[in-house]
Write a protein that binds this ligand. Structure first.
Ligand SMILES: [Zn+2]
Ligand SMILES: [Zn+2]
Length: 271
């Protein structure tokens, strides 16, 4: 009987295969982040090239040199993710570098963006250039990406070329494209709106939590007189804010832990 061999297909770290040529065989894989790329109308799978887990349909459009900034093309659940990503990029003119403003890993000095992509990568942190590629060139799995500008913090998709896919790149036509200019303009507006909404949410959270803290400090303090205590409780009761009137699952009763979206104690990196 032959000795068991580690599976070649799954062997090694996924990103280690990014330098290889893309395979020409596909398998049923994770659902693509783009709308309409599932196997069938009700399928939750997409066809992906088994070497890089790149969506077959996304590869086809990338090979035609088509990229897009239109977040409406993404499945609904990924649109907020996209806005969250782009709000951390200094989106400039199409021919400029768009620097990453988000997290830089303090140890490796590598820029990173957290996104759990089960079935694509075990990493929860991804290089923003790869994420920018996913959100514009297509869901190309762990296809490598190189810049034409050499700036490792640049997330301008016009400066990013997916590797080993055989993409057709026509920089001049991108800069002249009215459609892309419109998409980019819309994206900038959506990102600005998203940033305002996030800031308002943050403000709301802070004011609710400050109110609770203030009240707690007043009631807990041994120096608070009976009169003040009574007034505070009565005011709360009359305005329906007293703790005894709270719904047990009211989210404002709980302090949110600091935003660690991946919920991962040991985030891993893809680079
Ligand atoms: Zn796709
Ligand atoms: Zn650049």
């Amino acid at each position: 009987m032959a000795e068991a061999q580690p599976s070649k297909k799954r062997g090694g770290h996924a990103y280690g295969r990014r330098h290889q040529q893309m395979s020409n065989t596909a398998e049923e894989g994770e659902l693509c982040i783009y709308h309409g790329h599932s196997l069938g109308r009700f399928s939750s799978h997409s066809m992906r090239y088994d070497s890089h887990q790149a969506c077959v349909r996304c590869v086809a459009t990338a090979r035609e040199g088509m990229l897009s900034f239109d977040i409406e093309r993404l499945l609904k659940k990924y649109r907020v993710k996209a806005l969250k990503f782009w709000s951390q990029v200094d989106i400039g003119q199409p021919d400029e570098c768009w620097d990453w403003l988000g997290t830089i890993n303090p140890r490796t000095k590598q820029p990173q963006f957290s996104w759990r992509r089960s079935g694509i990568s075990t990493s929860t942190q991804h290089h923003p250039q790869r994420v920018a590629m996913w959100l514009t060139w297509g869901d190309l799995g762990f296809t490598g990406v190189k810049t034409t500008c050499g700036n490792k913090y640049c997330c301008n998709p016009f400066h990013l070329i997916p590797q080993h896919v055989g993409v057709f790149v026509d920089q001049d036509s991108y800069l002249d494209s009215f459609e892309l200019a419109c998409q980019l303009h819309t994206l900038k507006l959506q990102v600005a709106e998203f940033a305002i909404e996030e800031a308002l949410k943050e403000q709301e959270k802070e004011s609710v939590s400050a109110e609770i803290d203030q009240r707690a400090a007043l009631l807990m303090s041994p120096d608070t007189g009976f009169g003040d205590r009574f007034t505070a409780v009565m005011t709360d009761l009359l305005s329906g804010q007293h703790i005894s009137q709270a719904e047990p699952d009211d989210p404002s009763l709980f302090k949110n832990p600091t935003d660690n979206e991946s919920g991962d104690e040991n985030p891993t990196n893809d680079f």
